[in-house]
Structure formats: C-alpha cells, structure tokens
Design a protein around this ligand. Sequence first.
Ligand code: GLN
Length: 459
Amino acid sequence: TSAVEVAKAHLDRIAAIDEKVHAFLHVDTEGALAAARAVDGKRAKGEKLGPLAGVPLALKDIFTTEGVPTTVGSKILEGWIPPYDATLTRKLKDAGIVILGKTNMDEFAMGSSTENSAYGPTGNPWDLTRIPGGSGGGSSAALASFQAPLAIGTDTGGSIRQPAAVTGTVGVKPTYGAVSRYGMVAFSSSLDQGGPCARTVLDAALLHEAIAGHDPLDSTSIDAPVPPVVEAARSGDVRGLRVGVVKEFAGEGYQAGVMERFNDSVEMLRELGAEVVEVSCPSFTYALAAYYLIAPSECSSNLARFDGLRYGLRTGDDGTRSAEEVTSLTREAGFGPEVKRRIMLGTYALSSGYYDAYYGSAQKVRTLITRDFERAFGEVDVLVSPTTPTTAFPIGERADDPMAMYLADLCTIPANLAGNAAMSLPCGLAPEDGLPVGLQIIAPALADDRLYRVGAAVE
Ligand code: GLN
C-alpha cells in the first residue's frame, strides 16, 4: 500500500466517526495528502526512508504548525495561524510522518478529562459517555478509535499517561528535556514535556526516537544521546531487573479492579524473571499539593503573553478603550474558568508575603520527592504503580469539583516534579466495568530505554 492510500483510509475513518468521538479540532486533509504523496515520490525514486515514513499521526493542538491553526483548546488563540513549526513538528515532517490534524485538549493543557476544552469534550471510544482522560484526550481517543496509529501528547502532570491509561493505549513522558519545547505552547515550563503516544510499545519507541534529541532553540533541552529505546522495545528482557512497587500508590481511593490488574502485571514481571520488591516514597503523598502550587505559579507567568495585543483574540478594541482595558476584556472573554482559576492561584502563590509559604514550600517538597526517587533508584531499576486510581469516569461527573479532578493525577505527578521518564501501557480491563487499566513504569532520568524494556515484557 502507498502512503497516500494509508492517509486516505485514515481520513475516511475520521470523516466517518469523528463527529461522534470529537478527537480532532482540525483535520488537515490537504497537508496530509501532500505529505503522503511526497513519501510515495521518494520511495519511487528509491530514496532510503525512515521506519515511520508515510505513517499517519494525530498531533496535540499545543504544537505550532506552520500555516495550520493552533488553538491550545482555547478561544484566546481561535483563528491564529502560526508562521512557524515547532521543533517537534519539524522532526515529524523530516521523518516523513503524515500529520492528519490537530487534536482536542483541555484548554492550555489544564485538566484531566478534556472537558476544559473551549471546543467541547471528546468521548472515550470505549464508552462515549466517559472521559478519554486529559489534557491530551483527543490524541488518545484518536488512537483508541483507530483514527490514527500514532499521536503526540504533552505531559506536565500526567497528560500523556492518564489519557493512555483510560483509553487502553501506550503513552510515554520522556525524561524532562529530551523532547524540545520550542513551539510547544508553555503551561508550566519546568514540568512540560512532549512525548509519543501509540497502540504498541514498539510504535511508541520508534516515535520517541523520531522526536527526541538536543535542540539549541530550547534552553532546557538535554544535550545527550537518545537512549536505545527501540532496541529495548524489541528485547523485552527483564531477567534480573529490579522492580519496585510504590507502596504509597494503593489503598483508599484505588478501584479494586485497577489494583487487581496492576497486581497481575507485577506477578507477570516476577514470572519473567524480574526481582520485585516493595519501595516506600513517603514524600509522594505531598506531590499533588506541591504540583498545584508550582504549575499554576508558572502558568500565571507564562500566560501573561496572551494580552490581546500581540496575537490571537482581541476584544473591545473600539478605538475608545485603553490597551489595559482591551487586555482585560480579551482575557475575560478568551480564557475559560479553569485557566482563570490557575492564573489566580498562581498569582496569589507568587505574591510577596505569600511566596515563601506557598511557592517556596512547594519547591522544598519538590526536592524531597526528587530525593525519594534517588533513594528508590539506589535499590531498584524501575518503579511501578497503577497510572490512575480509577478507570474512565463519566463526562460531567467531576467537572464541577476541581479537587476530584486533580486526584486523577495522583500517581503521575511525582515523575514530572523530578523530571524522570515514565510510561503508561494497558494492563487489561477492570472486571467491574470492563474499562482499560494502565500500568505506570517510572525510570530515572536518561534511562527511558528501561520503560520500553519493561513495557515490551508485559505488553
Ligand atoms: N491534569 C493535570 C493538570 O491539570 C496535568 C496536566 C498536564 O499534564 N498537562 O494540570
């Protein structure tokens, strides 16, 4: 089959079902077909192409795409056409990957259900009345409904892994700094990390290899070789590997069926020759509280650029109002309630008089969490836990309860705070509701290959 045929098959699938799923905010039919034609042309000329040339992909609408709308799920960027490609977008194109379109997401990647999108929610393909996770619910739903075999997400506090878990797909948050943030709209810069989403561990590894690598345009980009993720995904050998079960990620609030499937995976690892021990990381209990100070603080600073003057939406500019009034009206109209909540929380936490008590304390907790990881990785090679405490919840159930929504990130946030690599992959269905359960694997920074080795073993 030609790349054009493959692209057409996926575009047809999108046309047939995405009205129901709503995974995409924008489908780039012409761009996709042109990219596919280019791959077919090169192949006909006998040019050597990479392993993913001609493979379609769904791109989270947080990465800039030259000439193609980028909204970040927000009204404040509605109609904005970026004049440049993110480094990740460029790398996808260079690999011959066919970008089908841009996927739905919680506004500015703030959320765990995709219900905070200004363009309406996405359904979970397993049950359209349930959430597909968030913030990257569009990408995971596109994979789970076979609208795309590959997708890209971003993970600030779990937005790749939690959607992967609740849709039965694979999602990886690479080591912080492994994938360039240039052209990725900033939410919380010290946590944000783009990464691969796929239906198999090997597909994720191939995509990982295509998007990772040093980028001089991102000052926090790591200048180190990409770990051998593809080789690890092909091996799956876990004999003698030391696996730590995080003791704190169990108990109250964890669905019985989630724990059952998680324990099955741990048993499987033991049978395959891994050495399984229990590990305690006591500071993880405070990770959620620290995250919900650090992430809003950084967001309040990052989102100051959306002032209604430079780009995107402008409201109330009738020639009589001051720039300050226009900015304020634009932000009032352009930002949704969760984004406003975060800006206010962050501004408060950073204000003089409260800075030490809130932001300062949160940074100390962040250090304690990093130390817990260091101690744990002195004893074991990887840590494992359920990705999320529960399976996909119904749309609307937690929409008015931010605390309940934030609990979806309980197990994923520590890896962001410490900058480690982490993966979620399917580990079966919960018996009580028949919905997918995710297994989370966490590896030390720069040891991303271990995720793929363990993932391939239990897949
Ligand atoms: N759900 C978390 C939040 O709302 C994580 C978001 C993310 O990883 N982008 O902040």
